[in-house]
Ligand binder design. Structure first.
Ligand SMILES: CC(C)(COP(=O)(O)OP(=O)(O)OC[C@H]1O[C@@H](n2cnc3c(N)ncnc32)[C@H](O)[C@@H]1OP(=O)(O)O)[C@@H](O)C(=O)NCCC(=O)NCCS
Length: 158
């Protein structure tokens, strides 16, 4: 475990660092406006992890109204859009901590009753993390990613 890790809300000043972590960690990239729009709309659930004042991870979420995967009827859903930790800081509990904090905040600030996300079917580290947090696979979306890989949709009720 890293001792001196801080989990906090992201600010607009962090967005460039978040983009850099995303570019290193994931093939799914977004425009600066996309990151900023999420920060401005759902900033209580857009978190960064810092070690020695350096951003080493983030989680970005949005809130949607829709039909639940696990709950019936029209509900508020938290959608984890992107999460990543820099390679050299992985397997130290950071991903778990930022996910746990964002889940807590999605409920506390946005009153969501279910959370879902998409994950590559080959992404064993992420799938393991989500299963540890109580998510389960609810659906497969064929060819979801640009390179043709399928996605699992994983969801969890709150
Ligand atoms: C997925 C990711 C965010 C996990 O972050 P992390 O800080 O390494 O995760 P944690 O240390 O909190 O791990 C929590 C649990 O997840 C699982 N896990 C994490 N990395 C794993 C790996 N390489 N292999 C298998 N399981 C793994 C384990 O169950 C782990 O618990 P344990 O260490 O007690 O066994 C990180 O691997 C990452 O940034 N990957 C690239 C980006 C990505 O794939 N994002 C998800 C897109 S859907």
């Amino acid at each position: 475990m890293v001792e001196n890790i801080t989990i906090r809300e992201a600010t607009e000043n962090d967005i460039q660092k978040v983009i850099e972590v995303n570019l290193i960690a994931l093939p799914e990239h977004y425009t600066q406006d996309f990151w900023l729009d999420h920060l401005r709309a759902w900033g209580k659930a857009f978190l960064v992890a810092e070690v020695d004042n350096k951003v080493v991870g983030y989680v970005m979420c949005r809130v949607e109204s829709g039909i639940g995967f696990l709950r019936r009827g029209l509900i508020k859903l938290g959608h984890v859009v992107s999460i990543a930790v820099l390679p050299e800081y992985r397997r130290k509990g950071i991903g778990r901590r930022i996910m746990e904090e964002s889940i807590k905040r999605l409920k506390e600030y946005y009153n969501v009753s279910e959370i879902y996300l998409e994950v590559r079917v080959s992404n064993v580290p992420a799938i393991n993390l989500y299963e540890k947090l109580g998510f389960r696979k609810v659906k497969t979306i064929k060819y979801y990613y640009l390179d043709g890989e399928d996605a699992f949709v994983m969801a969890k009720t709150l």
